[in-house]
Design a protein around this ligand. Structure first.
Ligand SMILES: Cc1cc2nc3c(=O)[nH]c(=O)nc-3n(C[C@H](O)[C@H](O)[C@H](O)COP(=O)(O)OP(=O)(O)OC[C@H]3O[C@@H](n4cnc5c(N)ncnc54)[C@H](O)[C@@H]3O)c2cc1C
Length: 414
């Protein structure tokens, strides 16, 4: 479908932010066109098939505790679930640390795990309960520090900090100094404490594809790069489109280049290595945390959570490092984390994602303006939090702002 010369709204970028905006605008009856430089929808949620395996671009999960997960048809994604916790390896032994509220059968393992005294474990439980149940505005009113300072002040202790929180959070925040805002940590921990995390049967890209289907194929223009924007028009490598409203929902760097006044935030990167094992070593759908001093922050048998990631009964393992690593540098560590021989691991592929997500260091700037005036709007994870939640929430806010301008009579439609 060629680009129209005119549309009511043009959304630039079909990541989760742009898709979330477009879905709402279409639902409100707007004439929306979505312009995407790539050949697929979903942006950073990308999946390919390699030798029959479902391979996401980097280890990513869908956290169903995110408020905006409610916008998705979760049953249609056919999610496979992780248990709420992780495996900590100390002195060659694996210990399960699992939220006992949601998995009582593993409570004894957690009590025995070498992550501190019973007092420290009680402090972890208290922190989790507060994050899960305190109202969000109370969490956001707490004085802002770094993630590390918040955890220390909560009394979790050194052992839990180094063996559990640091590697667990490094895999999520893509930084291991725990310099991220304590407010973002609180919000993130709230989501982990409130909902399970899972993998869609057809890979993470299917999250974006589900939203794109609601926009309609005739309104999504793939392989079209936007080179300039202003309130009333976009210029692309396939021609120009005039519009009443333009929503720039690209990655932060491109948004900063296209839109004056949008600052690019320091990007976090991650390298993920994919290996195949003849069978799963443990069968428990749990992330195995990297050990202090190692290169890996985590390693996970994806197929324990989502068997559909394998074309047969072989296990697919994803292992991530923050610094770029070569496969031969981490192979022995992957094997040790799972208690298998290095020779059992068959290397499938490796990927380094340079701009995986923007940093969220203090001061956390939540809900940054999306309406820049003059018919120009901006959305993306850099406007809220560096996450699926942040991207979707910013898209929803941008859609509401557009509707206020182009459909002033419409109340509550967005
Ligand atoms: C490896 C990895 C792991 C992650 N893990 C998690 C996780 O477990 N949980 C979580 O919540 N978040 C995770 N994230 C972060 C999350 O994926 C992102 O925060 C979110 O997807 C960002 O969505 P977005 O729509 O803001 O941006 P993007 O997904 O980057 O979408 C922007 C879109 O704009 C397009 N575009 C760019 N320039 C142009 C142009 N000039 N013209 C037209 N189109 C353009 C791009 O092609 C892209 O499709 C992870 C990210 C990565 C990379």
């Amino acid at each position: 479908m060629p680009l129209p010369a005119r549309a009511e709204v043009v959304v630039v970028g079909a990541g989760l932010a742009g898709l979330s905006a477009a879905v709402r605008l279409v639902a409100a009856g707007c004439d929306v066109h979505l312009v995407e430089a790539g050949q697929y929808t979903g942006g950073r949620l990308a999946t390919e098939r390699i030798d029959g395996f479902v391979v996401d671009r980097g280890f990513q999960v869908l956290n169903t505790g995110y408020p905006r997960a409610a916008d998705l048809d979760l049953p249609a994604l056919d999610l496979g679930w992780f248990w709420p916790g992780a495996v900590v390896r100390v002195g060659g032994r694996a210990h399960r640390v699992v939220d006992p509220r949601r998995r009582p059968s593993a409570a004894l393992d957690t009590l025995r795990a070498p992550i501190g005294s019973p007092l420290h474990k009680a402090a972890i439980a208290a922190y989790s309960v507060r994050a899960a149940y305190a109202p969000v505005d109370r969490l956001l009113r707490a004085p802002e520090t770094t993630a590390e300072q918040r955890l220390r002040a909560a009394g979790v202790g050194d052992a839990a900090l180094e063996r559990f929180f640091r590697p667990f959070l490094a895999g999520v925040l893509l930084e291991d100094r725990l310099e991220t805002s304590s407010r973002y940590l609180d919000l993130l921990w709230r989501s982990f404490a409130r909902g399970p995390i899972g993998l869609p049967a057809r890979g993470m890209q299917s999250v974006g594809e589900q939203l794109a289907a609601r926009v309609g194929a005739d309104r999504v223009h793939l392989g079209v790069r936007v080179t300039a924007v202003r309130g009333g028009a976009v210029t692309t490598d396939s021609g120009g489109v005039r519009a009443d409203a333009v929503v720039v929902a690209t990655d932060p760097d491109t948004a900063a280049a296209l839109v004056p006044g949008v600052a690019a935030s320091a990007p976090r990167q991650v390298t993920t290595h994919l290996h195949v094992l003849p069978a799963s070593p443990s069968g428990d759908p749990l992330i195995v945390l990297g050990s202090p001093g190692g290169r890996l922050v985590n390693s996970v048998v994806l197929t324990d959570a989502q068997p559909a990631y394998s074309p047969d009964r072989r296990a697919l393992v994803a292992s991530s490092s923050l610094a770029p690593t070569r496969e031969d540098e981490v192979r022995a560590e992957v094997a040790a984390l799972h208690g298998v021989g290095a020779g059992d691991l068959e290397h499938l592929t490796s990927v380094t994602v340079p701009g995986a997500q923007p940093a969220a260091v203090p001061p956390l700037r939540l809900r940054q303006p999306v309406d820049l005036g003059g018919g120009l709007y901006v959305a993306g994870d850099h406007r809220d939090t560096p996450s699926i939640q942040g991207a979707m929430a910013s898209g929803a806010r941008a859609a509401r702002a557009v509707l206020r301008a182009v459909r002033p009579g419409l109340r509550g439609a967005a």
